[in-house]
Design a protein around this ligand. Structure first.
Ligand code: TXA
Ligand code: MG
Length: 308
């Protein structure tokens, strides 16, 4: 069900859920200050209560109503990257409901750059808690159609076209002057260290998932962002399956080429996986991109999608 911006904002104020576009992926939003409304997000997604949500704001001043501290690092990163695909985890103010932060003393805040997301937050007049608008551990949606495929008419969707970035925001935590990268994304470790005037080595990095590793951050489940179809990272495509690749042609029943540029690749990754999922192949083989910093965010998502 498609709705207007005014209608969507009224629903948010009334404690209901609305799916809306951001530049990263579509979000499933509720009034962040209304615990009962936020509970509906967890219910709709089938998400465990141990996974904290990101709160979306339309300005730094709205963010400052949610966080108990705004250190110079936060100011520098907001100046450089907001509005945009960067989430900052900071100590929360006590009126931010525990259900938003999964009981943690910190809250993730982000000012998205998508004009429809900003307009929705402004029109609603409240910060909007929103995870990606998909069921828990499944593929994130990058079009309104992806959201409708998952939730049908149960959740109204604001249609803002395909998402520009295509993968979830970079998440950093800032505690006592220490900055840590919790989730890689379009805004790279190098870009963050440049903005802070610090060496990349000074920024702690969550370990990339590998076999048997445990979560590096609450809600960073190893298996995440997964298609229904089994996905394997390999240079050898299955002849019976689909092959998602970025550089070389190969023998497979279905060939799907993604761009060689990491940002372009990220922008198309989830739609490619949604499309191949619909075609119901026995397996999706994915040619691993290079192990270089530019590919870190894409590699993170691919490793999680491939985790059993
Ligand atoms: O791009 C995005 O970030 C999208 C759009 C809708 O903004 N949202 C998104 O939300 O990806 P979600 O719920 O799928 O991912 C939230 C991430 C998780 O990795 C979670 O661990 C982290 O943010 N996070 C949120 N609050 C946190 C906190 N207080 N401490 C540590 N990590 C936190
Ligand atoms: Mg998600």
């Amino acid at each position: 069900m498609e709705i207007t911006l005014k209608d969507a904002a009224a629903r948010i104020r009334a404690g209901e859920l609305v799916a809306f576009p951001t530049e990263t992926v579509y979000g499933l939003g509720a009034n962040a200050l209304d615990a009962a409304a936020v509970a509906k997000i967890y219910e709709a997604k089938g998400r465990p209560a141990t996974s904290p949500l990101i709160v979306h704001v339309a300005s730094v001043s709205m963010a400052s109503t949610l966080v108990a501290a705004w250190p110079p690092e936060a100011e520098a990163l907001a100046q450089s990257f907001w509005p945009g695909p960067l989430t900052m985890v900071l100590p929360k103010k006590s009126h931010v409901p525990d259900i938003v932060t999964a009981g943690l003393p910190t809250v993730g805040v982000r000012m998205p750059e998508h004009p429809m997301a900003l307009a929705l937050i402004r029109e609603a007049g409240v910060p909007i808690a929103a995870p990606s608008a998909n069921r828990f551990t499944q593929l994130s949606p990058t079009t309104a159609e992806h959201v409708r495929e998952t939730f049908g008419d149960a959740i109204p969707v604001l249609d803002g076209g395909p998402c520009r970035v295509g993968i979830e925001s970079t998440v950093v935590s800032i505690t006592a002057g220490k900055v840590a990268l919790l989730r890689p994304g379009n805004i790279s470790l190098d870009a963050i260290s440049d903005a802070l005037g610090r060496a990349p080595e000074e920024i702690a990095q969550a370990v990339a998932p590998s076999e048997g590793s445990s979560h590096s951050s609450p809600g960073m489940h190893e298996r995440h962002y997964s298609p229904r179809t089994r996905l394997v990272l390999t240079n050898v495509p299955s002849e019976a399956g689909a092959y998602l690749f970025y550089a070389h042609a190969a023998k497979a029943a279905r060939i799907f080429q993604l761009p060689n540029d990491p940002n372009e690749y990220a922008a198309h990754l989830y739609s490619a996986l949604h499309e191949l999922d619909r075609e119901a192949w026995p397996v999706i083989s994915v040619e691993p991109p290079p192990q270089t910093p530019e590919w870190a965010a894409v590699l993170d998502r691919l490793k999680r999608a491939a985790a059993k």
